[in-house]
Every structure is written in C-alpha cells, then in structure tokens.
Design a protein around this ligand. Structure first.
Ligand SMILES: Nc1ncnc2c1ncn2[C@@H]1O[C@H](COP(=O)(O)OP(=O)(O)OP(=O)(O)O)[C@@H](O)[C@H]1O
Ligand SMILES: [Mg+2]
Length: 297
C-alpha cells in the first residue's frame, strides 16, 4: 500500500498552484509549522522520486471564432450597405498555472465540475493538445483512453483501428497483430471486427478502446470517464483489468465523476476548478472537501 511522505520544499517551490495542500518554502513560520499537507504517495518497492509526468506552469488557451448572428433588420442593413457581419473571436484559458508532478506508482484522479478542464488536461498530457505556455515532461508509453477521434478513426473498421491506435502508441504492426486476438477476446466483439467504428455503439467503442489501451501494457494510462460508459458487466470486468494494469503501469490518471470509482481506484486526487488546481492530496480528504464545496454542505 502506498504510504504518505512529506513533500520537499524544493518540490513545493516547484508547485505554486497546489493551493493549501502544499508546503510553501516561502511562507513565513510565524505560528508553528506551516507544513499543512502531504502530497506524495510512493508505492512500496518503487523508486518514489521518479517523476513520470511533470507539468510546469502549464496554460492552454483556446480561441473560438464566432459568426455574429445579426437581427433580420441588421442583416438587411448590412446587405444594403454592402458590409459583412463582423466575425468575433474569443480567447479563453482552459488551463492556467498547472504545476503537477506524478511519480512512479501513483494513481491519480482528476475531479471537478463540468468544464473545469479535466479532459483538456488529460489531452495535454497525451500530447493531443499542445500547451500555450509551460513545460510538459513524460516518461514512458502513454495509452490515452480519451474519446472517439483521439487515436481512432470512425470510417475504419475495428481491426484497422487497433493497428492505428497501436501505431500512435509506438507499437509495431507485428506487435499489434499478435495482440489482436487477446483484444477481441476481452471485448467479446470479434464478430464486429470488420465493421467501421462509426457503427459501434458508445459502449462497444469503450470496450474496444479500453481493451487496446490495457493490452499494450501502458506505462502511463490516461482514462477519461470510460469506466462509466459501459454496461454493468463491462464496468466490473474493466475494474478488475484496470487493477491489473495499475500493478504494471508506472502511473495512472483517471477522470471521473463517479466518486466511488475514484475512491476505489485512486490514492491521490487533484481537484480542478476553472482550469486551475485548487487542491491536491490523499483521495479521502480531497473528495470530502470537493463534495462539501459542490453540495454546499
Ligand atoms: N476545443 C475546444 N475549443 C474551445 N473550448 C474548448 C475546447 N475544448 C474544451 N473547451 C472548453 O474548455 C473548458 C474545459 O473543458 P473540459 O472538456 O476540459 O472540461 P471537463 O472538466 O472535462 O468537463 P466535463 O466534466 O464536463 O467533462 C470548457 O469551458 C470547454 O468549453
Ligand atoms: Mg471531460
């Protein structure tokens, strides 16, 4: 079982966005120890200092372009005056000042309300999105179980998608071909192997994505809500398999609104709000604070 350990001052200085669950080396020691919290969960027998994912001051800005929708009167006026309706563009920081170090052996949950930035953060770690500012360092093969479109192509068959997804994770064609039978076996979807992915139900897609991501022996596994999408037998089977992968993976990062899954699977929880980390620490404590904040309790 993981054990808690004090985070070093050097680490804390590295992590200014951890809110009140950090040790801030710069904080004055006026009223006793300022050590308020602990945010390191080394697994027994593993090198606890080996950072496998490190985000330093990561920020991600989206720009969205909108055509303004003028009233009929304004549209006619524009037509008469031969001027076009102005297009507007809005920029929006989906992530800001994210400092996060995930070490070997950690199982980390990202929680937060809708739009908090959880999926965006996973996509930054998976290198699907390039951050606007900041630095990302990862060590090991990353298997992202994120969404259709991220590593999958709807027009290609399930079988071709296994190859495509494997290639994106750095696996050779021969390696993926060798793993294919086990993938179909686990999903129970062999009869749909030659069906284009766009005809898979969302639960079928989740089964396939999950089987691929866990079959390639990922070193860093990223899971976005996938565990909630399937039917009860899938969720049960997936939990057992994910525990197996957890044992072998260097690190796992799970996004889920199912706090039962978070408590069961993750030792550490990072709470995001409006693109920033508001708390980071042991799962029971952070979930307690999070639940009280969102329910007003
Ligand atoms: N491609 C994009 N272009 C513009 N804005 C985006 C894009 N992707 C996400 N956003 C915005 O970034 C913010 C964070 O979105 P994100 O999907 O990361 O939230 P989330 O925490 O995963 O929410 P949920 O719990 O609903 O899945 C939201 O305001 C969303 O509208
Ligand atoms: Mg999301």
């Amino acid at each position: 079982m993981p054990t808690s350990n004090l985070q070093t001052n050097a680490d804390a200085a590295d992590s200014p966005a951890r809110g009140d669950v950090r040790i801030d080396a710069r904080e004055p020691k006026l009223h006793g120890p300022v050590v308020r919290h602990i945010a390191e969960f080394p697994a027994a027998g593993r090198s606890r200092d080996e950072a496998v994912v490190r985000l330093q001051n990561i920020g991600l800005k989206f720009t969205s372009y909108h055509d303004s929708h003028p009233s009929l009167k304004r549209a006619l006026l524009n037509l008469v005056l031969r001027r076009s309706a102005p297009a507007t563009n809005k920029t929006f920081w989906a992530l800001q000042g994210i400092d996060l170090t995930i070490r070997q052996g950690e199982r980390v949950a990202l929680v937060g309300t809708n739009g908090a930035g959880k999926s965006t953060l996973l996509k930054v770690i998976a290198r699907i999105y390039e951050p606007t500012v900041g630095r990302l360092t990862t060590r090991g093969r990353i298997a992202p179980m994120i969404e259709m479109g991220a590593g999958f192509h709807p027009e290609l068959t399930g079988r071709r998608n296994i190859q495509l997804n494997g290639a994106l994770m750095g696996m050779s064609r021969a390696e993926m071909t060798a793993r294919e039978p086990a993938i179909w076996d686990w999903t129970g979807l062999a009869e749909f192997a030659d069906l284009p992915l766009k005809y898979y139900s969302s639960g079928m897609f989740q089964r396939l994505a999950f089987a691929i991501a866990t079959e390639v022996e990922p070193e860093i596994l990223l899971v976005d809500e996938s565990l909630n999408a399937g039917d009860a037998s899938f969720v049960d089977k997936a939990k057992r398999r994910i525990l197996d992968v957890f044992d072998k993976a260097k690190a796992v990062i799970v996004v889920s609104h199912d706090l039962g899954i978070v408590s069961e699977l993750c030792t550490r929880t990072v709470w995001l709000d409006h693109g920033r980390i508001v708390a980071d620490g042991p799962t029971p404590e952070i979930l307690d604070r999070y639940v009280r904040a969102v329910t007003g309790g």
